[in-house]
Design a binder for this molecule. Structure first.
Ligand code: NAD
Length: 251
């Protein structure tokens, strides 16, 4: 029996990196998958590749455009998913961006850009999906936070504030919607994805070397945690933040 057989899952920002890996892993585990992508031509093409990869492996998936930071765009995204598959059984709030600036150099626009995608986006999509889950009496929300939301890091106050906010949002909402809907988070350490490509090579090397596991994470180190939290195997978990992080949390 597949771990998430007969479940439908919406994954935001699934055209790349961790979201892509989670979409493929959920499909392999038996879920029908909605691959959300930012509404640009580039991301549309990438999302089509993810759908094709899932279909080639015998799974079912479709792409749904939507900017998670924009309420009207989120309505279109969720309307599109629900028209095709109904209220999702699983929502993975994965879409995110990373910027690097020290506070004295940070513009208000950059702060807002990061908070709008990484925190407001989680709120907007969750707010649109969870009422349907409550009406149905079941659902699992998985939020992709970060170790930086616990630890902080110089140069990333906006990102750390957003991810810390996601962890607190997860706990608060878990209390609000239990027992029917479960809300959990994942807090990876550094993972080799395009997100880190704007950060200096030296920073990435130093961070990876500090980890007890002596290497940065890979998407396949993180995706199984999302599948677990999506599945009924985690039916007694809510309000948790699990850390597939190579030991990063111990620092
Ligand atoms: P990535 O850049 O490969 O993927 C991010 C995805 O989000 C992309 O597909 C991008 O198009 C999408 N996205 C960005 N803004 C969007 C918007 N407004 N609407 C819809 N989609 C949007 O990076 P990733 O590393 O796979 O990041 C995925 C998540 O994992 C993010 O939330 C990130 O903060 C988190 N995370 C990453 C790391 C890491 O080291 N890579 C560590 C901890 C947490």
């Amino acid at each position: 029996m597949s771990r998430v057989a007969n479940k439908t899952a919406l994954i935001t920002g699934a055209s790349s990196g961790i979201g892509r890996g989670v979409a493929v892993a959920l499909a392999e585990a038996g879920a029908t998958v909605g691959v959300n992508h930012y509404p640009s031509d580039e991301e549309r093409t990438r999302a089509a590749e993810v759908v094709a990869e899932i279909e080639a492996a015998g799974g079912e998936a479709a792409a749904f455009p939507g900017d998670v930071s924009d309420a009207a765009s989120v309505d279109e995204l969720v309307d599109g998913f629900e028209a095709t598959y109904g209220t999702p059984d699983v929502l993975v709030n994965n879409a995110g961006i990373l910027r690097r600036s020290r506070l004295d150099e940070m513009s208000v626009a950059e702060w807002d850009e990061v908070l709008d995608v990484d925190l407001r986006g989680v709120f907007l999509v969750t707010r649109r999906v969870v009422p349907g889950m409550i009406d149905r009496g079941s659902g699992s929300v998985v939020n992709v936070a970060s170790q930086l939301g616990f630890k902080g890091a110089a140069g990333f106050t906006h990102y750390c504030a957003a991810k810390g906010g996601v962890i607190a949002f997860t706990r608060a909402l878990a209390r609000e919607v239990a027992p029917d809907v479960r809300v959990n988070a994942i807090a990876p350490g550094p993972v080799e994805t395009p997100l880190l490509s704007d950060i200096s090579e030296q920073w990435r090397r130093e961070k990876a070397a500090e980890l007890p596991m002596e290497r940065a994470g890979r998407v396949e180190d993180v995706a199984p945690t999302a599948v677990f939290l999506a599945s009924d195997e985690s039916s007694y978990y809510t309000g948790q933040t699990l850390s597939p992080d190579g030991g990063d949390a111990m620092h």
